[in-house]
Design a protein around this ligand. Structure first.
Ligand code: ASP
Length: 439
């Protein structure tokens, strides 16, 4: 068996956390390739090393000295190195990084140094070889990730190595510049490494005991999901789930490698397994509930719209011309509604509306703000009669007015539009009916 293990920032925030991580890795010889994040927060008001590095970059850009800020970064690593009793010194690295940032190496370079340095500390502590991600993760000059080239490079580099540490989050462009994925991108690196070495499992170690059925800020004792499919996770993460970076499933998905979400602070907890397909039924009819606030519904009414060829395309063209993506598109016989993100839409609202008027001559054009969308997701819904009925009667009991309904053609999800003010009540009602009362 071959496992790739990724540890998030909070799992590597202090020497104490490093010890837990080493304990986990040494407990299973299959845990061979390790992908670390930069040190995260040690306590609530702490600052992540990545954020300190972005602050260094901003100061340098403004022509201000960065010594104090770089010192904070250096201290985080010095503390860990000292407490772990390592003979490693990163002093020359700190000096070089400071000079490079001041000389204008750029924001991606600055941010990437958190993982770069942490990888060296972890490699020294584990006694594993360190592989600089700049040598094995490749981007095009415009920043597009080059999957096949990276796969070949990584495979070749890791072939002869039984164990290795490869820092997450960054790689190098063809022109030599360091480039990062978006925030939280070490999850993607872990997935890319798992694909390259054809791992049997991609373990993603974090600070929660798996993916929860819904947001714990709404349901404080929300239960974990033992197993879910990549598709279910996609539906949930697109609607606001944030355990794993949205893009992290694609490299492993193409090879069918399962992802196991585990908790560094509670390694014995079963966690959540994310798989291609499974015959295991979920504990409840639904697998998860996710949602987002802050949508606007743009209603376009026109008599006989259904007979007018190209009407839908022209409505969407008005959004496309203004660079706005849409989220949902429920329609009726003479009406079509376009759901968009409020923060994207606001600034261009009037341009979009006048373009719709110009292209479609609608009878009525209305905008409603303060909308929330909730996705109820579950592979079990397809084979279960009455799921939608139960959702809507629960919402009616909770006095939530349903403004929009959209069942995906995969029957994997039902999307419900409610007012922002009803958001939490709606999620509570749905959770209650399926999980607490198991109806
Ligand atoms: N350190 C980076 C961040 O804070 C990447 C990561 O942790 O995955 O976003």
């Amino acid at each position: 068996m071959k496992k790739v293990v990724k540890f998030g920032g909070s799992s590597l925030a202090s020497a104490e956390q490093f010890r837990k991580v080493a304990g986990i890795i040494h407990a299973d010889p299959d845990r061979r390739y390790v992908v670390p994040s930069a040190p995260g927060k040690r306590f609530k008001s702490d600052t992540k090393v990545t954020d300190l590095l972005y602050a260094c970059q901003r100061a340098a850009e403004a022509g201000l000295p960065i010594d104090d800020k770089m010192e904070l970064v250096a201290e985080r690593y010095r503390d860990i190195i000292r407490e772990l009793d390592l003979s490693l010194s990163l002093e020359d690295e700190f000096e070089k990084i400071k000079k490079d940032i001041v000389a204008g190496a750029g924001s991606d370079y600055a941010a990437s140094r958190g993982e770069y340095l942490n990888g060296q500390v972890l490699a020294a502590f584990l006694g594993f070889p360190f592989i600089d991600a700049a040598d094995v993760i490749r981007f095009g000059n415009t920043g597009a990730f080059l999957g096949d080239e990276t796969n070949d490079l990584l495979r070749e580099r890791l072939e002869g190595l039984e164990y290795a540490v490869i820092p997450g989050f960054y790689g190098r462009c063809k022109d030599g510049h360091i480039h990062t994925f978006s925030r939280g991108g070490s999850d993607i690196t872990g997935s890319i490494v798992a694909r390259a070495v054809r791992a049997d499992m991609y373990e993603n170690w974090t600070d929660v005991s798996g993916v929860l059925i819904t947001d714990p800020s709404i349901i404080p004792d929300a239960k974990p999901i033992p197993i879910l499919t990549y598709r279910e996770l996609r539906e949930l993460s697109y609607m606001g789930f944030s355990v794993l970076h949205e893009e992290a499933i694609f490299p492993v998905r193409s090879e069918g490698i399962p992802i196991h979400i585990l908790n560094t602070n509670d390694p014995a907890a079963p966690g959540t397994m994310i798989v291609d397909t499974t015959s295991i039924k979920s504990d409840y009819v639904i697998t998860g509930i996710a949602g987002k606030r802050g949508f606007v519904a743009v209603n376009v009414d026109k008599a006989m719209m259904n007979a007018e060829i190209g009407f839908g395309r022209r409505v969407l063209q008005a959004f496309e011309d203004n660079g706005i993506s849409f989220e949902h598109l429920p329609s009726g016989i003479d009406t079509m509604t376009v759901f968009v993100h409020q923060d994207e839409f606001e600034a261009k609202e009037q341009q979009v509306l006048s373009r719709i008027r110009e292209l479609c001559s609608p009878d009525l054009l209305e905008v409603e703000n303060g909308m929330a969308l909730i996705a109820v997701v579950g592979r079990g819904m397809r084979s279960q009669r009455g799921t939608a009925g139960r959702i809507f009667s629960a919402l009616a009991h909770a006095r939530v007015n349903v403004r929009m309904i959209d069942q995906g053609s995969s029957e994997l999800n039902i999307i419900i539009g409610v007012s922002d003010d009803d958001f939490a009540a709606a999620i509570r009602a749905i959770y209650d009916i399926f999980v607490n009362t198991r109806l």
